[in-house]
Design a protein. Sequence first.
Length: 703
Amino acid sequence: MASDIRFLMCAPDHYDVDYVINPWMEGNIHKSSRDRAVEQWQKLYQVLKDHATVDLIPPQKGWPDMVFTANAGLVLGTNVVLSRFLHKERQGEEPYFQEWFEQNGFTVYNLPKDLPFEGAGDALLDRAGRWLWAGYGFRSELDSHPYLAKWLDIEVLSLRLIDERFYHLDTCFCPLANGYLIYYPGAFDSYSNRLIEMRVPPEKRIAIAEADAVNFACNAVNIEEIVVMNKASDDLRAKLNAVGFQVIETPLTEFLKAGGAAKCLTLRVTEPIDEQVHASVYVESRVIQMRGHLLDAGIINRALDLIVDNGGSFQVLNFNLGEQRQSTSTAEVRVSAPSHQVMEEIISHLIDLGAVDLPEDERDAKLEPVTKDGVAPDDFYVTTIYPTEVRIDGVWVKVENQRMDGAIAVKQTPNGITARCKLLRDLEIGEQVVVDVFGIRTIRKPESREKRNSEEFSFMSAGVSSERRVELIVEQVAWELRKIRDTGGKVIVSAGPVVIHTGGGEHLARLIREGYVQALLGGNAIAVHDMEQSIMGTSLGVDMKRGVAVRGGHRHHLKVINTIRRYGSIAQAVEAGVITSGIMYECVKNHVPFVLAGSIRDDGPLPDTQMDLIKAQTEYAQHIRGAEMILMLSSMLHSIGVGNMTPAGVKMVCVDINPAVVTKLSDRGSVESVGVVTDVGLFLSLLTQQLDKLTSPYLGKTN
Ligand code: ARG
């Protein structure tokens, strides 16, 4: 024995793999050899006894994992926080460990029931005692961390584990003497990796490869310059030697079958207190309330998943299940996050899902002034497509001009307080901007079950369609187009040149002619190719009737641009009789406004193309206002631009041959958008056919 360091171990008399509570145990039930386990454990015991004192706790029959004394509790000085095991398979170990600690003069702290924490398996002291690293994500709950800070009077740094193979912090993280650290970065989320990098300087961090990690190299016992582990690669050993550590390998393969190795088999019970350090913990908690068809509509699952996916943890405090088919449910959920930044991220997502504060916790939105035109305060709340309200002086104010990716500007006017969604560039000194995530709520009308299930319109089942569903969707779109036209509503089309190349031009032209389209949003190219077809019969030099390239055809579109430039505008070319058919022709003839937004790759451009993109965005936005439906036809660029400006509640149909584009656009988390992966020419042709059917005199009979 070379130091006054003490460990607690438990002999493997009753050790076995009896159940599966971690991935390592899978397939290993009763596959470990007791004899070999005893031999390996004895070796480890001897190695440690050469360098420290080892106490033993009597093993208990029926508790095979009790050998893993790291999970007994977390010791600091004479205090110990007893483990509360997540799995019932290990909960029976708790009283034995408690008894041992009490008999050995420790003050034992017990966590509230149902708050799992698995001791030194999930909480590792910095070896200089400066702070405590605490893991969460699989076994221990984030909400246990504030208790550790309070009872042990130490700063707690929470690390989130994301790889189920490394379900305890000590399987992938091992603080060493002199501020060194071995760890496997892949086991942690990015926030935690950042935290580690902030606290441990690069020259002290030894990131290990997966091959070492799965040999439990991080599950090491460090006694001064000695590091004891199951197995180390040459590379890892060299790295540790280079900074003054000596590696002692001692095989523990029988214990790997249960998901543990050297460190798990020991609990260091002498952990000196550094009088300089005191409690502090970043864990923040907040209780939110949700209401609606939480179960049917899957809202509660989404909410809980997003809390965890974003690095937080939760506790459902209350869940009132709506009893009748029509009644809504309510839930109260306590959300915890390891930092305010993570909390903000989580809450802003929950706001999108309709989460609100408890009535007694309601507070005003936090405002900060704009100090430079066109620039928001750092922490500004980023708006979404959902109708939003902000609480100002105790009153909920509706946000006007709702759109995503803006900031909420609040202004005191003679008529009272106004709140508006604004683009960053439009913010002005004198305005206040909503920051952080307090006093903000989105209004989600809980659609009734009936409507959701039976609505003939499958906009209600948002998603990307398969080829089979195309015809069905076409029928529904046709029906909707008719309804909107007949009630004087507004339909916007955003379209790319592919509409022309795929032969959809004539069909879109017809929709415009027949009053189904109230504005066309596109770029330079769709207009150029449409007019090329009208004037020369080709689209990008390809003869549209015969489908073959025309000699010299690649220059056709430049000739067209030149012609229009000579006339001064598309409208003037139409008036002069140069253009006699096509999309642009119909727009001009039927007074359907169009906006052509320029881009870096434009030839020409046409005189009508708006090369000032800020102006183009503004013009797009003006046309979109009040739209009931938007058809997005094969233009990723213009359709995403349009999507960004469109609030929830507008039906969007996105048609593209590229599923990625469709997914991107129809995945707005709103029920009104639908994606169709198909050839846009085909889609438009089916659509006009369907409209013909709807207007046929026989319709009355079938409907
Ligand atoms: N079979 C045990 C469990 O899943 C292994 C515990 C390993 N201990 C540790 N500190 N990592 O709980």
